[in-house]
Design a binder for this molecule. Sequence first.
Ligand SMILES: Cc1cc2nc3c(=O)[nH]c(=O)nc-3n(C[C@H](O)[C@H](O)[C@H](O)COP(=O)(O)OP(=O)(O)OC[C@H]3O[C@@H](n4cnc5c(N)ncnc54)[C@H](O)[C@@H]3O)c2cc1C
Length: 439
Amino acid sequence: MQSVDVVVIGAGFAGLIASRELGRAGLEVLTLEARDRIGGRTWTDHRLGRDLEMGANWVHWVQPHVWAEMTRYSRGIVRSPRAEEASWHGADGTPRTGTLEEFMALIDEGQQLVVDDVREAMPRGVDPTNGAIRDLDRLSLQDRFDALDLDPEARAANESVWVGHVNAPLDQVGLSSALRWVAATGGHWQLMHEASATYRVVDGMRGFTDALAGDIPGEIRLNTTVISVTQNGAGSDAHAVVETADGARIRARRVISTLPVNAIAGIRFEPALPEVWRRQSTETVASQGTKVWLRAKGHLPRFFAYASQHHPLSVLKAEFYETDEQGDYTVLVAFGPDHTRIDLDDLAGVQAAVDAFRPGIEVTEVTAHDWMTDPLSRTTWMTHRPGQLTRDLAELQQPDGAVHFATTDNADLWGGFIDGAIESGLREARRVAEALLPH
Ligand SMILES: Cc1cc2nc3c(=O)[nH]c(=O)nc-3n(C[C@H](O)[C@H](O)[C@H](O)COP(=O)(O)OP(=O)(O)OC[C@H]3O[C@@H](n4cnc5c(N)ncnc54)[C@H](O)[C@@H]3O)c2cc1C
């Protein structure tokens, strides 16, 4: 049986960071990844005639863990196109069109009111379970909207903005997610908007994760699915045996699982996972939406558009302008709050979903990866259900014997983002190093 110091399960950002830290500290680390590529929920793929991000797209310098890595690997940023036009749905459900400035004026008061109590609720973004959030965590984002006395036009627009952010129907998402994101941006919702959806990484996520992987001394074994982790021994003999789908058994002094909460049931743990993991993976976290790339005829205006949270797609944005032998075309990105509401094989259905935003967009092709049905993720960018944050976060961060858990799902600051994945990888690498290396 192969024997190593540490097995890291998963080569997304959390796993790559943990592997780099421990490998460079002198430990023998083996990273096992089920997919045929690294990156996890970041994935740059060539589709619709250009490189597209099927998963995470945007980063920002207010995300401290991401930015440290961007600096380390000399990554640049490029701005997504600034919208010249905006469309949204009015209170009567029909589309309105205006300038970006008009839309921002419409949502200004509501965006502020949704998170107005953030300084009491979550005074420190790095400590998201302390503060009045303890009492507020039972509330959904929909509860918060219902309690605000917003003008119906402004309410419709504000709800559509938030459903785009949280990637799930608003009555299923904790208010905590809105508060966390704004706590992480010093209480400024405008900065939160910029941080979460403006700057892409030059050379894509693939360039970023390739640079990171090149810095890892140990082996990253692709196409290797872990099926079980069995803990044995105690004290200085504590170890785990990791079994893979192709029958290999690897002994490790420590194991770091980087599986998302929703996907962790794909591995059999012996002894069983701590109660908190079993509970939350059965409940699942709230995020359940979809991200879709569309090709449309012609060069469309630079616009973004919102529909309501009840539509299959609730956000649509012109991202890239291209030309090929068939002529000019625009590549659009769309987000919907429920992945089951849209069938990508049904172009007429997709066209109808797009027609709800604004007229004049002719969709010719559509592509996406369904992260919700993907057994290796079963989630998009994590948002919590009401109550999950304060009930579970601290416990989800705790190691269980020789098994550690690093995932964006259990990060303190930007939980659900790449930044959170890096934070969690650093945290668990430090704990493992403290346990295995002489001080
Ligand atoms: C559509 C979409 C858009 C997003 N947009 C953004 C954005 O703009 N900005 C942002 O910061 N974040 C965004 N995110 C979130 C971001 O992608 C994630 O937070 C982050 O990549 C998670 O990293 P992770 O390492 O915690 O998990 P993952 O990337 O999910 O890594 C876990 C790894 O474990 C592997 N694995 C699973 N099971 C097994 C097994 N049994 N054996 C071996 N390997 C296994 C998986 O294949 C995967 O590689 C987005 C996510 C999605 C899906």
